[in-house]
Structure formats: structure tokens, C-alpha cells
Design a protein around this ligand. Structure first.
Ligand code: HEM
Ligand code: HEM
Length: 203
């Protein structure tokens, strides 16, 4: 796909692949997510959210803004057509996680705080469900952590934000219309974020 490889209308003429990889598998160290095999509708929604500022990121916002509707649809289709992440299918007895571990949160949740298990929405082994619930398996711990922190920072976004140095304000993600992730992330501790991210990144 031309835009993935050549950059198209991207302002810096930087092709998607320079950050998301030639194969769309992303790069953990840069916090660049895997795009290969994500549902086209999910990719298009994220680009629209970056464009509208419901999801903030200094690298992605100008790129999303430069794409017109036809280009957005084309890149979404192109990435969706690349191979999905393969998760190991666990045969035999279901996993019995240690209470309080990342696996526990992922598979059992923390219902005392109204936090459902992640796999309820993100699917068994985090493979994703339909167009709305993205896969977590295949994403890096760095990226998963960054998203959870962005949601956690979102509801408390202070009115006085303008006065703060931009670098001191974490990026926000307020693109989840039902507040599902915002609600969950708001109640997660830093230790839980690290543990659950490591769990999904390791699948
Ligand atoms: C995130 C698409 C180019 C850096 C994303 C996401 C999409 C996307 C759909 C969200 C993925 C998800 O929610 O799982 C694209 C397309 C590009 C492009 C179609 C080309 C037209 C780039 C480039 C860079 C970049 C050139 C680096 C300069 C990032 C980063 C994130 C991201 C850092 C994560 C943002 C965050 O933490 O919220 N991109 N991207 N992307 N992209 Fe791109
Ligand atoms: C998106 C983590 C539980 C619904 C995401 C993303 C992460 C994440 C990292 C962003 C993926 C990406 O950008 O590619 C988790 C974790 C959970 C959890 C660690 C458990 C502690 C749930 C549950 C639900 C849910 C229980 C449903 C009630 C969603 C939805 C999105 C999402 C709808 C997409 C939002 C959008 O359109 O941007 N989740 N999740 N998640 N999650 Fe979860």
C-alpha cells in the first residue's frame, strides 16, 4: 500500500512503516504499536480519534490530520489485511493464576473494585473481539502501559492544564465513548498496570 511505504499526504512525508515497521508489527522501544491484523474499523476509528484530539499523541495527530477519508480507509484496509498475531493455544487445564498477579487481573479481574477481567472484552488470550475490542496480545508492554496511563490521566484532566508545561502533562485518551477503559484504568495502580501489561505482552 502506497501510504504505508511512501508516506502519501503525511506532513513529514514519513511513511507509516518508519515507525510501525515494514511488516506492521510495530516497535516496542519506541512505543509504536502493532497494526498488522487489527480490524480495519478499529484502525479507522483510532485515526479519526487522533484527528479530532480525542486521543492525543504528538507523532500521530499531525499524520492522522493529513490523511483524507479515502486515505484513512485505504491504510486501515491495508493494515487489516496483514497477518494477525498468532497466540499460543494452551492445551489442557486452564491457567490458574496467582492471586494479585497480572494474569489474575487479566483472567479474573478485580470485582471488588468493579474491574472485569480484561479477557471478558479483549477475548481469550487477548486475541480481540470484533471491530470494537482490539487485541492486546501482540502489543508491547511499553505500549499497553502507555495506553492505560493515558486513560488514567484523562478523567482528571485539570482545568488549569494550560498553565502546565506540555511535557509535564501526560497524553490523554478519551476516545472510548462508554468510558469502559477510562473507568478500568482509573482504578489500576502503577504496579497493576505493569503486571497486566507484562502478562499480555508475554502471550
Ligand atoms: C499509533 C496508524 C504513522 C507513531 C497508531 C495507531 C494507528 C496508527 C491506527 C493506533 C493503534 C492502536 O490503537 O492499536 C498509523 C498510520 C500511519 C502512521 C496509518 C501512516 C499514515 C506513524 C509514524 C509514527 C507513528 C510515521 C512515528 C513518527 C505512532 C505512535 C503511536 C501510534 C507513537 C502510539 C500512540 C499512543 O501511544 O497513543 N498509529 N501510524 N505512526 N503511531 Fe502511527
Ligand atoms: C482498548 C487494556 C479490560 C474494552 C484497550 C487498550 C488496552 C486495553 C491497552 C488499547 C489497545 C490499543 O490501543 O491497541 C485492557 C486491560 C484490561 C481491559 C489491561 C483489564 C484490566 C477491558 C474490558 C472492556 C474493555 C473489561 C469492556 C468492558 C475496551 C475497548 C477498547 C479497549 C472498547 C477500545 C477503545 C477505543 O476505541 O479506543 N484495552 N482492557 N477493556 N478496551 Fe480494554
Amino acid at each position: 500500500e502506497a501510504i504505508i511505504q511512501k508516506g502519501g499526504a503525511n506532513p513529514a512525508a514519513m511513511p507509516c512503516m518508519s515507525c510501525h515497521g515494514a511488516d506492521g508489527k510495530g516497535m516496542a522501544a519506541g512505543g509504536f504499536p502493532r497494526l498488522a491484523g487489527l480490524p480495519a474499523a478499529y484502525i479507522a476509528k483510532q485515526l479519526a480519534d487522533f484527528k479530532a484530539g480525542r486521543r492525543e499523541n504528538p507523532l500521530m495527530q499531525p499524520i492522522a490530520q493529513a490523511l483524507d477519508d479515502a486515505e484513512t480507509a485505504a491504510v486501515a484496509m491495508a493494515y487489516a489485511a496483514l497477518p494477525k498475531v498468532q497466540v499460543k493455544v494452551m492445551a489442557g487445564a486452564p491457567e490458574r493464576p496467582k492471586e494479585g498477579s497480572g494474569a489474575w487481573l487479566a483472567l479474573r479481574g478485580a470485582w471488588d473494585r468493579n474491574i472485569p477481567e480484561c479477557t471478558l472484552c479483549h477475548g481469550p488470550a487477548g486475541v480481540g473481539v470484533g471491530d470494537a475490542f482490539p487485541p492486546l496480545a501482540g502489543q508491547s508492554a511499553e505500549y499497553i502501559e502507555a495506553q492505560l496511563r493515558a486513560w488514567r490521566a484523562s478523567p482528571a484532566r485539570p482545568a488549569g492544564r494550560k498553565g502546565k508545561a506540555l511535557a509535564a502533562v501526560p497524553p490523554t485518551r478519551r476516545n472510548d465513548p462508554n468510558g469502559l477503559m477510562q473507568h478500568i484504568a482509573a482504578d489500576l495502580s502503577e504496579a497493576e498496570i505493569k503486571a497486566v501489561a507484562a502478562y499480555f505482552a508475554g502471550l
